[in-house]
Every structure is written in C-alpha cells, then in structure tokens.
Design a binder for this molecule. Structure first.
Ligand SMILES: Cc1ncc(COP(=O)(O)O)c(C=O)c1O
Length: 402
C-alpha cells in the first residue's frame, strides 16, 4: 500500500506483438513498388477477414471510424433520421452518424453486460429512427438475435460496431454477420492491428459495391479511373497495412483462446471478492474477443473507498487499469454541437442532449467500471493471480486509503 512494496513490478506482455513475419511482409510490399492501388494484399485481406467472420464481402479502409461512416452511407440512411446507439462506447460510434447528417439517439445499456439493452432500444423507438448501431463493447457481442428482430419489425438498418470484437461469437455465429453491415478497427491498441486501419463487412453484394465505391472516390469496380459515379471519398487501406494484418490475422485465434482462458480464470477468482463483479458473459457468447476485461466495483463493499482511489491504488500495485468511458452525451463534443458550423442547424436542434439521463450508463461510467486491457490477458495464470492479489490487498488495507 502507500509507501510499501507493490504486489507486482513485472510488466504484462507488451503490445503490439510481432516478429520476422511482419518484417518480411513489409519488406515484400516495399520491394514490390506497389504500396497502394495495384497491390494484391488489400484484396486478399478483405477476402480472408470476411471469410473468418462467415461473411461474403470486405472493404478495407483507413480506420474503424471511416468503416462506420461508409457503412451508414452505403446503407442509404437518409439525412436527418435518427440512429439508435448506446452512449457507453467510443465517441466515433456517434460522430460517424453526425458526419453523415444523422442524429444519434442514445439508449441505455444492460447493467450486467454494458451492451445496448434491447428492451430499452425497443421502448425508445418513436418512428423517426432509421438505423441502430449495436456496439460489441469490450469484445462482448450485443444480443444480436433480439436486436435484429426489433430492427426488422421497425425497418431499421443494422450497422454493427464490431471495432472491439474480431472473431467474437453469439450462438456460434461470428459478429459482423448479423447486421446489414459491420465495422471493425485495427488501431494500435486493438487485438489485431496495423497501427491504424479498419474494415467493413457485409453479405449483401449491392451494399458491398456501394461501400467499395464510397471508399474509393465514388468509382465503380470495373469503371474507368476518372469516372466517378457518387460523391465518394478516399479511405483506401494501404498495402503495408494489409500485409501486417494478414500476419496478425494468423495470430488472432490462438491469442483469443488465451484471452478467453485467462478471463475465465480471472472471473472465477475475482467473483469471490465481495464488491467485485466481473461483467456477465451471456451464455449465448460462444467466443468473446476480450479487447477489455471489465469488472464492476462496489464502493460500499470497500468501506466507501471511491472507485478513482481504488484504481489509483491498483495501478500503484503494478496492475494497469482505468475507469474507461464517460457517457457520450455528457462530453463537451456532444454538449456543444451548436458551435460546430458544418452541422445543419435543424439537426443541431434535435441533438440537444442536456436532458438525457441513462442511469445504467452513468453508474458504469462514474461509479462502477474498472478496465483491464487485452494484453494483460495474454499473461500467465500467475499474472492473473497478481491481479487478484492486488485487489485483495487493497480490500484488506482499505482503512489506510480512506
Ligand atoms: C467501439 C469503437 N468504435 C469505433 C472505434 C473507432 O475506430 P478507429 O479508432 O479505428 O477509428 C473504436 C476504436 O477506438 C471503438 O473502440
């Protein structure tokens, strides 16, 4: 505790993980002279990543944010309509909508899983909504059966935010295969990374061709170079990124298996500590991506010790952890949309979030959530024991911190 010897001085496995294979792959691209268009790796990665998720088509782009934006454009969600989404997510889930002239409408989360609550989603539908973005937060699939069935009954496009959920499964089926389109991220912290990067998956050929066109300056697949059919943008992934990702994709299944094993071990042990409740893993989740390992902290069981002090103490014991998100609607970015000149004024009026209150989201953000990162789960069982020992030590010595 304060001034004493920490439970742990050793580092957890560092991230990213790479070896000669990435180096070789990069060298091959460099020497090919085909660093962008004209190379074959991007198309190969699109094929392999889509196949891995049981989906027909992939469009590799510059990041997960662009994947979300292009998905909404390709789906043809009309400007001015509302998009249902959780507020417990990275800001890009919502800003992608704003960049498409759509209005984020925030829905509360299930307090046990932190994914969008399908009942709350259904209750919030008024008829102005045209899409929903369920987020597979921390790598845990949202309840895609209920969400897609509500979406179908209400004519909503479904864009999965799978930016944290490569390979995660709901009932044996991989995420990315439930929605009309889905978006994944390969940013530096992600479980499969090329520094920056993203991909859109879809089973629908027409949506695929639209997404492809939007990410490639509005061109058509077999059209001429300077023939532009829609006002697209340039979000093409480079061959360097694709080359690294092809290698990283080979590592993903084994790393995911380890994360799942360590998470199960950690959950067994942490659950025995009064005041610590790991997020529920629904029975239907047959594979979890564990981009994050999140547990719920109950300050009452720790003698009233505020979560922020608990987190500081856990870090001091050598266990990297953080409190995670703030509710999106409370962030200055979403409170001050009126100051942003490019957003049409009539949409700004609909985006007054000053009165939004989502109790489960706020409890998670301000009181409960404690995040561990995916690379910690790549450690050994002894490393997991250190996490448990550090939490127990804080609990046993809580008086010192109060
Ligand atoms: C849930 C979620 N959505 C969207 C994104 C955006 O991805 P990127 O950072 O690749 O733009 C991220 C990544 O940080 C994310 O975690």
């Amino acid at each position: 505790m304060r001034g004493g010897e920490p439970v742990r001085r050793k580092e957890f496995p560092s991230w990213p993980i790479y070896d000669e294979r990435e180096l070789e792959a990069l060298r091959a691209v460099l020497e090919s002279g085909k660093w962008g268009i004209g190379g074959e790796r991007k198309a190969e990665f699109e094929r392999r990543f889509a196949e891995y998720h049981g989906v027909r088509f992939g469009v590799a782009v510059v990041n997960g944010t662009a994947a979300l934006e292009i998905s909404l454009r390709a789906a043809g969600v009309p400007a001015g309509s509302k998009v249902l989404m959780p507020a417990y997510t990275f800001m890009a889930t919502a800003t992608a909508s704003i960049y498409c002239n759509l209005i984020p409408k925030f829905v509360d989360i299930d307090p046990d899983t932190y994914t969008i609550d399908p009942k709350a989603m259904e209750e919030s539908i008024t008829g102005d909504e045209k899409a929903v973005i369920p987020v597979h937060i921390a790598g845990c699939p949202a309840d895609m059966e209920r969400i897609t069935s509500i979406a179908e009954r209400n004519g909503l496009v479904v864009v999965e935010d799978a930016c944290q959920a490569w390979g995660a499964e709901w009932g044996g089926r991989r995420v990315g295969s439930f929605g009309d389109l889905s978006a994944f991220s390969f940013q530096s912290s992600k479980n499969i990374t090329s520094g920056e990067g993203g991909i859109i998956l879809t089973d629908d050929k027409e949506l695929y061709e639209k997404a492809w066109s939007y990410h490639n300056c509005g061109r058509r697949m077999k059209g001429l170079w300077y023939e532009h059919f829609i006002p697209g943008t340039n979000c093409r992934m480079t061959e360097f990124q694709a080359a690294i990702l092809l290698v990283q994709l080979e590592r993903l299944p084994e790393q995911t298996r380890i994360r799942n094993e360590r998470a199960a071990y950690l959950t067994r042990k942490l659950s025995r500590i009064d005041g610590i409740t790991p997020l529920k893993r629904p029975e239907k989740v047959t594979n979890h991506a564990y981009h994050l390992y999140i547990f719920r902290y109950d300050e009452e069981a720790f003698g009233g010790l505020p979560r922020e002090v608990f987190i500081e103490a856990l870090n001091a014991e050598g266990i990297p952890c953080s409190p995670g998100y703030r509710p999106l609607y409370k962030l200055p970015a979403f409170q001050r949309l009126g100051e942003i000149p490019f957003i049409p004024r009539e949409l700004v009026r609909e985006m007054d979030y000053s009165k939004v209150r989502l109790p489960n989201t706020e409890r998670a953000c301000y009181k409960e959530a404690v995040w561990l990162r995916q690379n910690e789960l790549l450690g050994s069982e002894e490393d997991m024991d250190d996490i448990v020992a550090a939490v127990e030590k804080i609990k046993d010595n809580v008086d010192e911190l109060l």
